[in-house]
Design a protein around this ligand. Structure first.
Ligand code: NDP
Length: 509
């Protein structure tokens, strides 16, 4: 089902001119701004400063100064937590503005983005709570003469680089935790969707973040991002994006041995056994494949179905796919919005064409949609896909579902694990043993059982294999932005190294 784009919805919308935030000041940048055209309506909706290499260097210098000399790392956790809580309240107060920006810049359905902003508020509050629970360890068990204390110290200056598919949600999976630990930051949002991150800068200033603690430099990855991942004054890089740029980030960071945290791509399987609740599974299969137009690292883009149910399940998914509403992101009934750029739509179509020529059959969709303006892709199901096809192994990042089959549990696990990615997976069965066997054998950071793409601020998220390094969210998220320091203290009588006969000392190399 399609929802035609309302051509007048943005006709009175004046493109918003944004500035970037460096050392507490809003700047326009020296070069012409980057213009963002709404992927749904084809009109310019935002202009972002084109940050330069020098802008990135100035932002890093500001973050360095704020870390080395400023109040932020020296405040009590209670004071930092209060600012993060205030930020959460201000995000909630500006939720509609933030949701609108992400909807028009990314082409995401407005109803869905409202949920993402509400989710972000919860994450900011969770990070505020964790800030006050950050602590080290003490060892009072090392003998009369020794006391050991293990400190957690903020790691320092953190570069945060984010993609276009969840602009506000993803910065919220990183920034509040880095701030909670006492770090200072330079943030680079995607050049396509920088608006909501820049509004976040205003919110943080209003909440009381000191100058230089959060710098936001807009612009292009190879220019701004390259400095942020290689500069010697940066201590850690937290990156979400494609696996290719993730590898580049790691290699840049390796030159000065920065810590890296990488959240990368996925090609996530949903495995269904004949005894599963098929109504629930079919609903989850449709949701998993088409949510966020499939432009989602967690997309359930591979179905691995038991042969005995495959043909019936594909028919039912195709039927349900017809009812999915694709179209105007500003229409509250829309479930699948626009594709981020015309080039990306071409890439998606190319995958479908490639799969067809390799022998896959289109069970539903397969074509681009003309909804009057913008760029859209029909929800697409490809059957008779084999594990060696590109569409079964690579991230399409569009609303395209590849269907594979299996006969034995071992075969299902083997197919699930046969690719380079390992972000998430789903298993559907009413049998406890089946779910646990598959859940423990699939190499992925999250395995959903009889559900898909559920999440909570408390649950760690991240990938195995080439889906990433490290985990976000969860109890340890703040610790990720810390260094560990050992304080080894001597108490009382000493022994001398040059008189080994008195008592031997334990050397440490
Ligand atoms: P990219 O990797 O192209 O870009 C991500 C960010 O990196 C952008 O801000 C980009 O800037 C920047 N960048 C580009 N080149 C460089 C460089 N040389 N040095 C430093 N930074 C650079 O990903 P997309 O924005 O296209 O996002 C889609 C990808 O993100 C998908 O593959 C998806 O799977 C992955 N993703 C992973 C998630 C996870 O948690 N595992 C969650 C969401 C997305 P610019 O905008 O200028 O290109």
């Amino acid at each position: 089902m399609t929802v035609l784009v309302n051509p007048t919805a943005l006709s009175n919308h004046k493109a918003r001119d944004f500035r970037m935030l460096i050392d507490g000041k809003w700047e326009a940048g020296a070069a012409d701004p980057i213009e963002r055209v709404a992927p749904s309506h084809g009109v310019v909706v935002s202009r972002f400063p084109t940050g330069s290499k020098t802008d990135a260097e100035r932002a890093i210098a500001a973050a360095r100064k704020a870390f080395d000399l400023g109040p932020w790392p020296r405040m009590t956790a209670s004071e930092r937590s209060a600012i993060l809580l205030k930020a959460a309240d201000l995000i909630a107060a500006r939720a509609e503005e933030l949701a609108f920006l992400d909807a028009i810049e990314a082409g995401k359905p407005i109803t869905q983005v409202r949920g993402e902003i509400a989710g972000s508020v919860d994450i900011w509050r969770y990070a505020a709570a964790l800030a006050r629970d950050l602590h080290g360890e003490s060892y009072n068990t090392l003998g009369d003469g020794t006391l050991g204390v293990v400190l957690r110290e903020a790691i320092g200056v953190v570069s945060i680089i984010t993609p276009w598919n969840f602009p506000f949600l993803i910065v919220g999976q990183k920034l509040p935790f880095a701030l909670a630990a006492g770090c200072t930051t330079v943030v680079k949002p995607s050049e396509l969707t920088s608006g909501s991150t820049l509004v976040l800068g205003e919110i943080l200033q209003e909440a009381g973040i000191p100058e230089g603690v959060v710098n936001i430099v807009t612009g292009r990855g190879p220019e701004v991002g390259a400095v942020m991942t290689s500069h010697p004054d940066v201590d850690m890089v937290s990156f979400t994006g494609s696996t290719g740029v993730g590898k580049l980030t790691m290699s840049n960071a390796a030159q000065t041995l920065k810590k890296v945290s990488l959240e990368l791509g996925g090609k996530n399987p949903q495995i269904a056994f004949p005894d599963a609740d098929l109504d629930a599974f079919i609903d989850a299969a449709v949701f998993g494949a088409y949510f966020n137009a499939g432009e989602c690292c967690n997309a359930g883009s591979r179905l691995i179905l038991h042969k005995s149910i495959a043909s019936d399940v594909v028919k039912r998914i195709a039927e349900l796919s017809k009812a999915v509403k694709v179209g105007d992101p500003l229409d509250p009934s829309t479930q699948v919005g626009a594709i981020i750029t015309p080039q990306h739509l071409e890439k998606i179509s190319g995958y479908v064409a490639g799969a067809r020529s390799s022998g896959a059959r289109v069970a539903h969709g397969g074509e681009t949609l003309d909804l009057g303006m913008g760029q859209f892709m029909a929800p697409t199901i490809l059957e008779a896909v084999t594990p060696d096809m590109a569409v079964a192994r690579e991230e399409v990042f569009g609303p395209v579902l590849s269907v594979l089959t299996f006969e034995t549990t071992a075969e299902a696990i083997g197919t699930a694990n046969s690719i380079d990615y390992g972000l998430s997976a789903g298993v559907w069965s009413r049998d406890f043993d089946t779910c646990l066997t598959v859940g423990r054998s699939v190499r992925a950071g999250t395995v959903w059982m009889n559900t898909f793409m559920d999440g909570a601020s408390e649950l760690p998220f991240g990938g195995y294999k080439q889906s990433g390094l490290g985990r976000e969210l969860g109890r340890h998220a703040v610790e990720d932005y810390t260094e560990t320091k050992t304080l080894n203290m001597h108490i009382g009588k000493r022994t001398s190294w040059w008189m080994p006969q008195t008592e031997s000392r334990l050397g440490r190399s």
